[in-house]
Design a protein around this ligand. Structure first.
Ligand code: FAD
Length: 308
C-alpha cells in the first residue's frame, strides 16, 4: 500500500523540498548513495574491487528540464570515465545511465538523448568498458530500446534493462535474447497502471522466472538484477540448466542492500556487480528505494523525528 504513495511523492516538488531539508535525511540517504563527488565514488570502486565486487556506476539526477542540464549529465559521465581510466578495471567498472537525464523528455528528446549518450558510450568503449541503459517508466521504453539498438550497431556490448512487471517485457526479452544483447532483468521500480503492468507481487515474480529462462537460453548475456533470495537461487539453477559457465551471466544488486549476500555470491565465484549511485541530485533514486521496502520509510521517519 505504501509503495505507490511514496512513488507518487517521488514526483512532487513540495515533497522533494521537505525530504531534502529534513534533519535526519542525510543519514538515511548515505545508506543508498555512495557519495556526492567523483573522488568519493572512485574510492568506493577501489574498495569494491578489493573485495571481488564489480560495479555499475550511476550519476543520480533524472529530473532535468533544460538541454544544458542534459549536456551537464553527459559531461559528468565523461568526467567519471576519465577517473576510471586510471583504475584500469575494464568491464569491472561499467556505467548505468537514465536517458531522461540525457534529455529524453525534452523537446526532440529522442535525438537529444541519443546525441548526449553516444559520446559516453564511445568513451566507455575507449577504456574497455560498457554502458547499460536503465529502464524508466513505460512511456519512455520504445525510445530507450530504439536508442539501444542504434548504439549497438557500433557498440554491441551496450546493455539495457527490462522490467518483469510490464506485460510487454516477455516479447522484448525474446527480441533481445535473439539479438545477443547484454540485458539486466529487474522487477521494476516505477508506479505503473494495471493497463500495462502486473500489480500482484506473485505475478511479477512468475514473469521474472519466465523471462529469465528466455534470456538464459538466448544468445545474450543475462544480468540478474535482484536481491530476492528465491529468484537468485532460481537464476543459478536456470543458468546451470542452460549450460552457462560462471562468466556467461552475472548477478547485480544495489549499493547498500544485502551487502553480505553480495560478498557471498562473489566468494562462490559468481560475477557480482553492485549498482553504485552517487551525486547530489539523489531524490528520485532515494524515494524508489524507500518505496521498495516500507521498513526503510519507518527508519527514515524515525531518523527525522530523532534529529529534528
Ligand atoms: C542492479 C539493479 C539495477 C536496477 N535497475 C533498475 C532499472 O533500470 N529500472 C527499474 O525500474 N528498476 C531497477 N531496479 C530496481 C528493481 O526494479 C526493484 O525495484 C528492486 O530491485 C527490488 O526488487 P527485488 O528484485 O530486489 O525484490 P524484492 O522482493 O523487492 O526484494 C527482495 C528483498 O531484497 C531486499 N530489498 C529490496 N529492495 C530493498 C530496499 N530498497 N531497501 C532494503 N532492502 C531491500 C529486502 O530484503 C527484500 O525482502 C534495479 C535493481 C537492481 C538490483
Amino acid at each position: 500500500m505504501l509503495g505507490p504513495v511514496i512513488l507518487a511523492a517521488s514526483r512532487s516538488d513540495k515533497m522533494r523540498r521537505f525530504v531534502s531539508a529534513a534533519p535526519g535525511t542525510k543519514q538515511v540517504v548515505d545508506r543508498f548513495i555512495a557519495g556526492e563527488t567523483v573522488d568519493q565514488v572512485v574510492e568506493i570502486v577501489r574498495n569494491s574491487a578489493d573485495k571481488g565486487l564489480e560495479v555499475t556506476l550511476d550519476v543520480v539526477g533524472e529530473d532535468i528540464t533544460t538541454p544544458e542540464q542534459a549536456a551537464g549529465a553527459r559531461d559528468a559521465y565523461l568526467e567519471l570515465i576519465g577517473h576510471l581510466a586510471d583504475l584500469g578495471l575494464g568491464t569491472g567498472a561499467e556505467m548505468s545511465v537514465k536517458l531522461s537525464m540525457f534529455g529524453q523528455s525534452l523537446q526532440d528528446g529522442h535525438e537529444l538523448a541519443l546525441a548526449n549518450v553516444r559520446p559516453v558510450v564511445e568513451a566507455a568503449a575507449a577504456i574497455g568498458t560498457t554502458v547499460t541503459l536503465d529502464a524508466e517508466d513505460h512511456t519512455t521504453l520504445d525510445s530507450m530500446f530504439a536508442i539501444h539498438e542504434e548504439l549497438r550497431k557500433d557498440f554491441p556490448q551496450t546493455g539495457c534493462v527490462i522490467q518483469s512487471y510490464l506485460f510487454r517485457t516477455e516479447e522484448d526479452a525474446r527480441r533481445l535474447a535473439a539479438a545477443g544483447s547484454r540485458v539486466r532483468l529487474v522487477k521494476g521500480a516505477y508506479k505503473e497502471p494495471a493497463s500495462v503492468a502486473y500489480q500482484d507481487k506473485a505475478e511479477i515474480d512468475k514473469a521474472y522466472v519466465r523471462i529469465l529462462k528466455t534470456l538464459m537460453h538466448g544468445q545474450g548475456y543475462p544480468m540478474i538484477g535482484s536481491h530476492d533470495p528465491r529468484l537468485i537461487a532460481i537464476g543459478q539453477e536456470l543458468a546451470r540448466q542452460a549450460g552457462r559457465k560462471l562468466d556467461e551471466y552475472e548477478f547485480q544488486m544495489l549499493y547498500g542492500i544485502r551487502s553480505d549476500e553480495q560478498l557471498r555470491l562473489a566468494a562462490e565465484g559468481h560475477r557480482m556487480r553492485v549498482y553504485t549511485a552517487y551525486g547530489t541530485d539523489w531524490y528520485g533514486y532515494f524515494m524508489r528505494r524507500l518505496a521498495e521496502k516500507p521498513a526503510n520509510l519507518l527508519f527514515f521517519a524515525r531518523s527525522v523525528v530523532t534529529k529534528g
